[in-house]
Design a protein around this ligand. Structure first.
Ligand SMILES: C[S@@+](CC[C@H](N)C(=O)[O-])C[C@H]1O[C@@H](n2cnc3c(N)ncnc32)[C@H](O)[C@@H]1O
Length: 337
């Protein structure tokens, strides 16, 4: 069995999927302590270490791996610095320090298996070239590429750079294998709620309130449509700019969702309107579209977190389904050894 450590583990999307594939994930490391509850509650046996990766050496967690097992280091450094959205908004393209930190850990420990996931833009960055060079110099077999997760059964358009590397046997990225998912398959059965409401049966099935004007905009939004469907009085000058068709949208039942970002709880930041209820999708619905199981505990019921924070946790996650497929690829490398 492969024993793994998950760097930048968040609430555990990657860990959970790897465990479904049979990997023994023993430790998750993340600087955001608010991820601890969800990570540990859903991944029994995996400990959460609240730490800044820059302060951690491979030797600090090496003892968690057993000598008799194959060890893996997996991690998804925060991806916002490389996304086209943040680039348009002036974020530095050169903020790759945390990818470099992941590479440093690989170099220090030369684990048998490595995997990382990030936004496609990282592929053109020096930090990714440096990681590839390092892996090659350490005799890893590497496969990487940009996958459209929709082709792997995830009910959203989400393109991400995925890398798998092995010093055991040859390793290959997952191949598209299932019917592409649509929104209705994942969130159709939930209790109806309104904007700003919390479902009594599931406190994660909750949304932020809408201002009166946004509530009216939502009412006039058609599934798959844009602000062009609204009465003119609701359209503000910024909507008329050519580059501004995407926000304030409503999802369609019969199509994949847009990429579930960390901003899905806001109506103005994407097509995050529910297909028929006058609200954005809830935290639970976003988690389901990220292919978390319906009973994934997203926060400690005794110390609930703000919806904006939960949205960050869920939007940041690796879809569980993709994580499971990555786990199977790593298993395949061991089988090939
Ligand atoms: C893309 S998310 C990872 C999501 C996670 N793999 C999952 O599947 O749920 C990146 C994570 O990196 C964490 N992070 C950011 N800066 C960090 C640092 N300096 N050290 C450790 N973790 C950090 C964030 O808190 C965030 O949870």
């Amino acid at each position: 069995m492969i024993r793994a450590v998950d760097v930048f583990c968040g609430i555990g999307g990657l860990t959970y999927g790897l465990r479904l594939a049979g990997l023994d994930v023993v430790l998750g490391l993340d600087s955001d302590a608010s991820c601890r509850y969800a990570y540990e509650a859903n991944n029994a046996g995996a400990a959460f270490l609240a730490a800044d990766v820059r302060d951690v050496r491979f030797a600090d967690f090496e003892s968690r791996y057993s000598k008799s097992r194959i060890n893996a280091l997996v991690g998804c450094a925060p991806c916002q610095p490389f996304s086209s959205h943040t680039r348009r908004n002036g974020t530095s393209e050169d903020d790759c320090e945390l990818v470099d930190e992941f590479a440093r850990l690989v170099g220090e420990g030369t684990p048998d298996l490595v995997s990382m996931e990030n936004v496609p833009g990282l592929a053109k960055h020096q930090s990714f070239s440096d990681l590839l060079k390092l892996l090659t110099s350490l005799d890893y077999h590497v496969d990487h590429g940009v996958l459209d997760f929709h082709e792997f059964g995830v009910p959203q358009h989400r393109r991400r750079l995925v890398l798998v590397a092995s010093r055991k046997g040859t390793v290959a990225l997952p191949k598209p294998e299932s019917e592409s998912g649509k929104v209705s398959d994942f969130i159709a059965g939930l209790n109806p709620i309104g904007a700003g409401e919390i479902c009594p049966e599931d406190p994660a099935h909750a949304t932020l309130p809408l201002s009166p004007i946004n509530l009216e905009r939502m009412r006039q939004s058609l599934p798959g449509g844009t602000w062009k469907d609204w009465n003119e009085a609701l359209v503000s000058p910024c909507h008329n700019r050519a580059h501004y068709p995407a926000p304030y949208g409503r999802m369609r039942w019969d199509a994949p969702a847009p990429t579930i970002t960390t901003q899905f709880c806001y109506y103005s930041t994407g097509r995050f309107g529910h297909p028929e209820q006058d609200r954005t999708i809830s935290v639970r619905e976003a988690a389901l579209l990220q292919t978390f199981p319906a009973d994934y505990q997203l926060f400690d019921p005794d110390t609930s977190l703000p919806i904006s924070k939960l949205a960050r946790h869920v939007g940041n996650a690796v879809p569980v389904r993709i994580a499971e497929l990555i786990g199977r690829s790593l298993n395949g490398a061991v089988a090939n050894a």
